[in-house]
Each structure stands twice: as structure tokens, then as C-alpha cells.
Write a protein that binds this ligand. Sequence first.
Ligand SMILES: Nc1ncnc2c1ncn2[C@@H]1O[C@H](COP(=O)(O)OP(=O)(O)O)[C@@H](O)[C@H]1O
Ligand SMILES: Cc1cn([C@H]2C[C@H](O)[C@@H](COP(=O)(O)O)O2)c(=O)[nH]c1=O
Ligand SMILES: [Zn+2]
Length: 287
Amino acid sequence: MLTTTISRMQSLITPRFLFSPMSTKATPLAFNLLYLASKSIFFSKTQNPISSLPLKPVMISVKPSDFRIQTRCVHSKSSRSTSSGEIHVIVGPMFSGKTTTLLRRVQAEINDGRNVAIIKSNKDDRYGLDSVVTHDGIKLPCCAMPNLSSFRQKFGQDAYDQLDVIGIDEAQFFEDLYDFCHDVADHEGKTVIVAGLDGDYLRRSFGSVLDIIPLADSVTKLSARCEICGKRAFFTLRKTEETQTELIGGADVYMPVCRQHYVTGQVAVEAARMLLESQKLQCNSCV
Ligand SMILES: Nc1ncnc2c1ncn2[C@@H]1O[C@H](COP(=O)(O)OP(=O)(O)O)[C@@H](O)[C@H]1O
Ligand SMILES: Cc1cn([C@H]2C[C@H](O)[C@@H](COP(=O)(O)O)O2)c(=O)[nH]c1=O
Ligand SMILES: [Zn+2]
């Protein structure tokens, strides 16, 4: 099995939705919402992005008065003003379905009539910056941010106030995750659904994801399938020689593995790294 692992390693080491009656006049608020809607940041109950791709923007036109009424009326199950917030955390290795689970939960909230926005880190630009995309290609529009504290300003205060649920993907990349979740759930009564890696490729705690566990209502740890033996995989193995903690990539750089194949895989990767290092040194001394 170790031989299989080594050969695999070496081959890779080379190198709001708003339920709103249509109104005829657009106000600044309406423009703002229309802008957001056209950027597909708000989601509509009538959209079903998970089953119908690509997404089409929802065209919404509202007067501020319509909007206020709509978010409090019987058609909306918005609970922000009446109940406290919640924090739900989804963790696991890469390819375990964290983003898929986040999108499913977000879609359920949308179906329940809540106003939802998704944020992801702008560090991960693999699929562009305006969508959260799973490894299977399922996607929802999102807001890509360098940090969470500037989200309110970017989204617009009025629009932000209407949000019931905020989904966060790639949470390990947000340094201000703890403060944001704390404020949003405890003081603003919104629900935060957080998806991220609990551990990095060395199985060290990644970013602030584990710090928010004591704040959370629920924690879901997902598993993937070990790429070598097919058993449940709880860890992410990095197949390349890079050693920095943050390294954006997909199946080209990472694979999900079980405990046994994490251990043997790490040995193989380390051996390959050392070999590469010694070759580099030899090369340098030739020059
Ligand atoms: N080694 C792999 N390479 C590419 N896709 C994979 C691999 N293993 C699993 N997948 C797919 O990725 C899906 C999960 O994707 P996603 O929700 O984006 O996971 P995560 O956010 O945890 O990385 C799985 O349902 C599976 O179809
Ligand atoms: C293990 C590990 C991962 N990353 C990066 C690689 C990807 O860009 C994301 C994780 O994406 P996913 O939605 O969970 O598939 O994180 C990293 O930078 N460092 C690591 O150690
Ligand atoms: Zn395995």
C-alpha cells in the first residue's frame, strides 16, 4: 500500500429575497436591492439554484414601505426580530461535502422564507469570486470578502439589516470569524451557518474555525472517502512540496484520506520533499 502511495505522491510532486409586489417606481433603496438582486447576492424563494444552473438574477422592484411591510408580514417567516440568533458549524476535510451541506441548508432557509446571503473568502478564486461552487459544480451566488467585518458596509446597511441568515464558506480564511459570529448571532439575532476546514494539511487547527465551537448551537463533522482505500476520510493530505499553511487548490494538490493513509501518505510526501530538496542543493552546487 505504501508503494501505491509513494507512486501516487511522486507522480503529483513534479512539479431576499423579497416577497414583494411589483411596484412601478424605484427608490434609492429599491435601486440598492435591485443592484444586489442583479448581482445575485440575495436569493429568492422562487429560485432553485441547486437544481437549475446557471442562476438567473431575480428582478425585484420595491418601495421602502413595501419592503418593510413584506419583511414583517405573514408571507415572510423572517424570525430575526422575534428570536435570538444561531450559529451552526460544518467542518471536515476537503471533499467531505461542507459546501454542498452549506448550500443545502441555505436553500432550506430560502424555502422557509428567510433572507439569506453567502460570504466566501476572496482568497479562494478557483471558481471566480461571485459564486460558491462545490467540487461537483453546484453553485450559489456569493459575496467574496477579504474579511467579515467589512461585509456590512459592502452589502449596504439597509440590505444587511434585512438579512436573517448569513452563510460563510471557507471560514478558515477569515481571521475575524469569532467576533463576526459572536456579534451577528448574539446581538443581531441572525443565523450564521459556517462551513470550513477544522484542520490544515498537517492536521493543525486551521484559522479560527475551532474557536467558534463554544459559541455554536450545532457542529457537524463530515467525512469524505479515502482516495486510496475508500474508507471514511477525516483528513486532507497535501500532495505537493509546498509547506505554507494557506495554499489554494483542489484535487490537483489535495486528497482526502483515512488515518492509516494520512500517516503513510505523509511519510511518502516528506520523503519526496526531502529528495527534491537534496536535488535542488546538488543543482545549486553544480552551478
Ligand atoms: N477526490 C475528489 N476529487 C474531486 N471531487 C471529489 C473528490 N472526492 C469527492 N469529491 C466530490 O466532492 C463532493 C463534495 O464537494 P464539496 O461540497 O465542495 O466538498 P467540500 O466543501 O467539503 O470540499 C462530493 O460529493 C464528491 O462528489
Ligand atoms: C488542507 C488545506 C487546504 N487549503 C485550501 C485548499 C482549498 O482552496 C481550501 C479548502 O477548500 P474546500 O472547500 O474545503 O475543498 O483550503 C489550504 O490553504 N491549506 C490546507 O492545509
Ligand atoms: Zn485509506
